[in-house]
Design a protein around this ligand. Structure first.
Ligand code: HAM
Length: 425
């Protein structure tokens, strides 16, 4: 057994999976940058106060925060999500609006580790600060939808709801709480405890015992103000216009407290574990102000990278990109020609690797195979002396002897031209 291994809820993302993660972020960047979003990189830890607005009765704040006092006596927390930090950045730097940003990075929540639920997990997401236009909600939701399609996912359900304005929400919580209290004897013990802290979260209970009480619970729809209702109608009309299928799910309340009006969740129907929510978001019009900034509307979403890739696995889409090299240089003389030729080949934009430690021809050929190389460039004693090399196509087994100085022309005949990465020295 090794002395150390990863902590519960954390994982090493090894090759080739790590390449898949990078490709994931790059597809996400392509999709959202095509709509004018720019990348933002907030810090991984902030003053705890930045995150308290996620809700003093939410699990994220009460149970899951990685917070500590630093050596300067500041109360710090590792970010459990990105939205609050981005609103803090907006309040601090006051960029012009609309501020359309995207991000990717790790978050930390002390959760019970299980498949699809980790203590360190990654998200990609977008946030827009400024407009309160419901058609912006449509753009945001549509970008999430198109991204899943770009990955090749087909089994994604979109649930949408409106939590109304803060007044509507408060009136609804009162009514919900009165109803749940009137039937609390029928609820599970866990749901009764949740009811005392955060009645909305009772609606999230997956326990069979709670199902019938939840089924008869009042829904937020009847509590929406005219403005909030009109806003939500515009969101659903926009989604219909774009042909994006959605389900209005009145019980959708989300796990963080800063939401107002639109909320939505993307659920994978091909995941069979409990963690099927692959992304979620909504409007949080009061958050920037709560963090000391000007009154500013906001909307966005975050998608769980870990979970979305599990969904990709179960639909057999978005495989890890091939990590093989184009060319493997085999030098059985003293390795010096390989030093030079790998440089030349890499600079021309091809992926090139070589073996070290003066291995035999046979062992270097094996390495070329393992590296997934299409071509082997071989330098034996005769070639070294004549300034030539043998170029062997590992797919067709054809080979020819060429001048080292003309190696790039021969490689490009087989592999095509590449964009040079950098000038040779
Ligand atoms: P959230 O629903 O807490 O929302 O997280 C968004 C997504 O992150 C989830 O749907 C899930 O895929 C993933 N996720 C959350 N916790 C874990 C975990 N422990 N392990 C693996 N994946 C996880 C937010 O974070 C909001 N900031 C979203 C947002 C952005 N709302 C507005 N803008």
């Amino acid at each position: 057994m090794p002395t150390f291994s990863t902590s519960p809820g954390t994982r090493d993302i090894l090759p080739p999976q790590a390449g898949r993660w990078r490709a994931f972020t790059s597809v996400f960047a392509d999709v959202v940058e095509s709509a004018g979003y720019e990348c933002v990189i907030p810090p991984m830890f902030e003053e705890l106060g930045v995150f308290l607005r996620l809700g003093d009765a939410t699990d994220v704040v009460t149970k899951e925060m990685y917070d500590f006092e630093d050596k300067g006596g500041r109360h710090i927390a590792l970010r459990p999500e990105h939205t609050a930090g981005i609103c803090r950045a907006f309040a601090q730097h006051r960029p012009t609006t609309p501020w359309k940003v995207w991000y990717s990075g790790s978050n930390f929540r002390y959760e019970k580790a299980q498949a699809g639920r980790y203590r360190q997990f990654d998200q990609v997401g977008i946030e827009v600060l400024g407009p309160s236009d419901p058609l912006l909600d449509v753009e945001v939701i549509a970008l999430g939808w198109h991204f899943f399609a770009a990955l090749g996912l087909k089994n994604v359900d979109l649930a949408v709801n409106s939590l109304g304005d803060p007044g509507d929400r408060a009136a609804y919580i009162d009514a919900l709480s009165a109803y749940l209290n009137s039937r609390s004897a029928e609820l599970s013990e866990e749901a009764r405890l949740t009811l005392q802290k955060n009645p909305l979260r009772v609606l999230d209970s997956k326990r069979e015992q709670d199902a019938s009480v939840i089924a008869d619970a009042p829904t937020i729809g009847a509590f929406l103000s005219d403005d909030a209702r009109a806003h939500f109608d515009a969101v659903t009309s926009g989604l219909s216009l774009l042909g994006i299928p959605f389900r209005v799910t009145r019980g959708l309340v989300r796990g963080l407290d800063y939401y107002q009006r639109t909320v939505f969740e993307f659920v994978s129907t091909s995941l069979d574990n409990a963690q099927t929510a692959i992304g979620g978001g909504g409007r949080y019009d009061g958050l920037v102000e709560d963090l000391g900034g000007p009154s500013t509307a906001g909307v966005g979403f975050a998608l769980g990278v870990d979970r979305t890739l599990l969904a990709c696995d179960s639909e057999s889409v978005f495989a890890a990109p091939s990590s093989g090299v184009d060319v493997f240089v085999i030098d059985v003389v003293d390795g010096m020609t390989a030093v030079r030729l790998t440089e030349v080949i890499r600079a021309a934009g091809y992926r090139a690797d070589r073996a070290f430690d003066g291995r035999s021809m046979k062992s270097q050929m094996k390495s070329a195979d393992r590296a997934g190389a299409r071509l082997a460039v071989i330098i034996g004693a005769d070639e070294a002396e004549a300034g030539t090399c043998t170029i062997r196509d590992l797919l067709t087994s054809e080979q020819s002897v060429v001048l080292q100085s003309e190696i790039l022309q021969h490689i490009s005949l087989i592999l095509g031209e590449r964009t040079p990465r950098r000038a040779t020295l």
